[in-house]
Design a protein around this ligand. Structure first.
Ligand code: DP6
Length: 315
């Protein structure tokens, strides 16, 4: 028996950085994201030939504590036989392009089918969140939220309802040195800005939901850039500091701000890595892609649209 699932990374516009105390991997801050098309994690599950699980990531046999922890978590609730997991990303892994989000959304979706769990979307989103907070949002396409009161990810708008584009500027393809989980803990324990960050996100979240409902690009741009810069302020003021930006990251920020000041509908956002995602309306995408590709230190760009949620490819 073989099951294959695909999921796309999502990019948070209002960011999750920090966790609530206790179990369940509940975020400390509500988040809003867009799920991308084109970039994808494809995960194939087959029965293990022996009593152990086997993990292959991008063609290489791997020991991955987060994947093992995810299997252990699911086995507390369900009977899942030993599995062979074979997962590929068609984009750089663990470099701030949300590979853990797409990876765990695909894995949960594949396990659901493989073990015949018949999970509802809400349940897949809960298990995905427990594996990696941002993965919960990749269960859905288009715009998705992860917020109070129950911290279950939910879809907000389909990709077709507001078809934005994202130009991704790759400035460094290396794996990031600090995992998000460890980084969040470090920020909580050491950044003087952590408390104000957490207490200010509820307002940003509500305002972003309204901007999305109103299709108010300018408002969403202001809120998203602010959320991104506040999160990086927390990261950079942590001890030890997390400075994910490369020189080209900053050059891209300036370029996007200049384009926006000239009236182009574009804004930037950056996650726990050096890549810049320039979110724009379709009419601006060619000019944004050309401008970012010309920047010294930008290794490559990829232009994507909004995509669908995690789903099965074949069984
Ligand atoms: C900066 O979802 O990777 O991308 O729950 O510990 O696995 P864990 O964290 P993760 O953190 C994502 C952080 C972020 C912002 C975001 O996606 O909201």
């Amino acid at each position: 028996m073989s099951v294959t699932a695909i999921a796309h990374p999502n990019i948070a516009l209002i960011k999750y950085w920090g966790k609530q105390a206790g179990d369940g991997n509940l975020p400390a801050t509500p988040s809003v994201s867009i799920t991308l098309d084109d970039l994808a994690s494809t995960t194939r599950l087959t029965s293990s030939p022996d009593a152990d699980d086997h993990i292959t990531l991008n063609g290489e046999s791997a020991i991955d504590p987060k994947i093992s922890a995810c299997l252990t978590m699911l086995r507390r609730d369900f009977g899942i036989p030993p599995v062979s997991i074979d997962s590929d990303n068609n984009f750089p892994t663990a470099a701030g392009l949300a590979s853990s989000a797409s990876g765990f959304a695909a894995l949960i979706t594949a396990i659901d089918a493989f073990a015949g769990l018949n999970l509802q979307d809400d349940d897949r989103a809960v298990y995905a969140r427990r594996a990696s907070g941002s993965a919960a949002r990749s269960i859905y396409g288009g715009f998705a939220t992860l917020g109070p009161p129950d911290w279950v990810a939910r879809p907000v708008l389909t990709p077709e309802a507001w078809p934005l584009n994202v130009v991704i500027a790759i400035t460094d393809e290396n794996r990031k040195s600090v995992s998000s989980s460890l980084g969040m803990k470090t920020s909580e324990e050491t950044s003087p800005y952590y408390e104000p960050w957490v207490s200010s996100t509820a307002r940003d979240y509500e305002a972003a939901l309204k901007a999305i409902a109103d299709r108010d690009f300018e408002r969403l741009a202001d809120l998203s850039e602010s959320s991104c810069l506040k999160m990086h302020g927390v990261m950079q003021s942590s001890q030890p500091p997390m400075i994910y930006w490369r020189p080209a990251t900053l050059s891209c920020i300036h370029a996007v701000r200049e384009m926006r000041a000239r009236g182009l509908p574009v804004f930037f956002t950056i996650d726990a890595g050096p890549q810049v995602k320039a979110v724009c309306l379709p009419e601006a995408v060619d000019r944004v892609a050309d401008a970012l590709a010309d920047i010294t230190g930008v290794l490559s760009t990829r232009t994507v649209g909004l995509g669908a949620g995690a789903r099965l490819l074949e069984t």
